[in-house]
Design a protein around this ligand. Structure first.
Ligand SMILES: [Fe+2]
Length: 401
């Protein structure tokens, strides 16, 4: 097996190395030669939001992201604003309509704030598209070059679940701040002295919620079209309370940088959180982004101080002897986790610490997870039960349960 030495352009900019990425996001060695659809890593998470100008400030002020590029009326884009933000190797693009007739407003009317594009960096756009088309994928943008004074980017896009797409980006011949059409722009936010350089370093996984009975179809899509392999698998009773359940399977790119858990609702006595998402997003879409941090305690403290709300973890989670035994030894005393509501999961490879925010916007749809991995390549399967009970209490408070 060949050792893969490729860092994405964002990882290089963030001064991350392969050892750090192995720890942060569970990067593994793999041989891209035999991969019909080689993926280097994440390129960007592209959002449509109701007010990109304010959202850009929110992600800078609260989530400590850095503004790096911009497109809008001043740069010749009369349709919408687009702000490009970065934290470590993670890139967000926030788009919001300026022209009252912008199609972005129609998207927002239907879905609310959400993720429209999970863009991936690939070494060979044309090879990926040829394979994807042969496997029956819908090509929504044919391979093409876009060029400016910083060089050329090759792009194409395929349709994924709901109205989500995967843009494929080869930026190996490009040195600009994001894409042609964008200008470099830096933050006007003044960071208080002593604030951490960043609150998260990389994107770990993006979860998709799909319609009832269609999870296996989408797992098949990622297997066949994108050459992704199956990772941990959670099915049926594994993740269920007395009232609601979900089914979840995880697919990953060869190097495990890109990991897509896919959820579908399962039968329960009441509507599950997946049903609630599908109702309020008006269909399938990205449910949560897991942000990798190497210091989840500090990140949670910083975010709480800025008003971010996390799902409460039942106190019994930390006192239950069985759970306690499962947690075992972690890098900090359990009390430190308990006071912050941080969850622990353990498997044969190690453990992980994680916590989930409440929904980020007005609709009960997209939210964030913070994750600190210590060897475990899992997703917190053992925590789903405790988590589900906490989510259902929130759902009941909103009257949707
Ligand atoms: Fe997750």
């Amino acid at each position: 097996m060949t050792v893969e030495h490729t860092l994405t352009s964002q990882e290089r900019l963030a001064d991350l190395d392969l050892d750090q990425l192995r720890q942060l996001v569970g990067l593994v060695e793999y041989d891209p030669e035999g991969d019909p659809f080689p993926v280097t890593g994440w390129d960007a998470v592209v959002w449509v939001v109701g007010n990109a100008t304010q959202a850009a400030l929110y992600y800078q002020l609260v989530w400590g992201m850095e503004l790096v590029a911009y497109s809008g009326p001043e740069t010749g884009n009369r349709d919408h604003h687009a702000y490009v933000l970065r934290s470590g190797a993670t890139r967000f693009v926030l788009r919001g309509g300026v022209d009252p007739d912008s199609a972005l407003h129609d998207h927002h009317r239907r879905h609310g704030d959400g993720i429209v594009d999970i863009a991936l960096e690939v070494p060979d756009v044309d090879r990926c598209i040829t394979h994807a088309r042969a496997q029956g994928a819908t090509v929504v943008e044919e391979p093409h070059d876009v060029t400016d004074e910083h060089g050329t980017v090759r792009l194409a896009a395929i349709a994924a679940y709901g109205e989500t797409r995967h843009t494929l980006v080869d930026r190996s011949r490009y040195t600009g701040p994001y894409l042609p059409g964008f200008v470099a722009r830096s933050s006007t936010v003044v960071r208080p002295a002593g604030s951490p350089k960043r609150l998260f370093q990389a994107l770990d996984h993006v979860v998709g919620n799909v319609e009832l009975g269609r999870m296996d179809e989408w797992v098949g899509f990622y297997n066949r079209v994108m050459g992704f392999t199956n990772m941990a698998e959670f099915v049926g009773d594994d993740i269920a309370t007395e009232y609601s359940a979900l089914m979840s399977k995880v697919v990953a790119s060869g190097n495990h940088r890109v990991k897509f858990p896919l959820n579908e609702p399962a039968m329960g006595k009441k509507r599950s959180q997946i049903d609630e998402y599908l109702d309020f997003y008006r269909g399938p879409g990205a449910q949560h982004l897991a942000l990798a941090t190497n210091d989840i305690l500090r990140t949670v403290d910083e975010l709480r101080a800025k008003g971010v709300e996390f799902l409460a973890t039942p106190d019994s989670y930390y006192t239950d002897p069985e759970l306690r035994a499962r947690i075992g030894e972690v890098r900090v005393p359990i009390e430190e986790l308990r006071s912050r509501g941080i969850l622990v999961d353990r498997d044969e490879d190690g453990y992980l610490l994680q916590i989930f925010t409440k929904p980020l916007g007005d609709r009960p749809t997209v939210f964030f997870e913070l994750i600190e991995r210590h060897g475990s390549l899992g997703f917190g399967k053992g925590n789903f039960q405790a988590l589900f009970e906490a989510i259902e209490r929130e759902q009941a408070r909103r009257g949707n349960f």
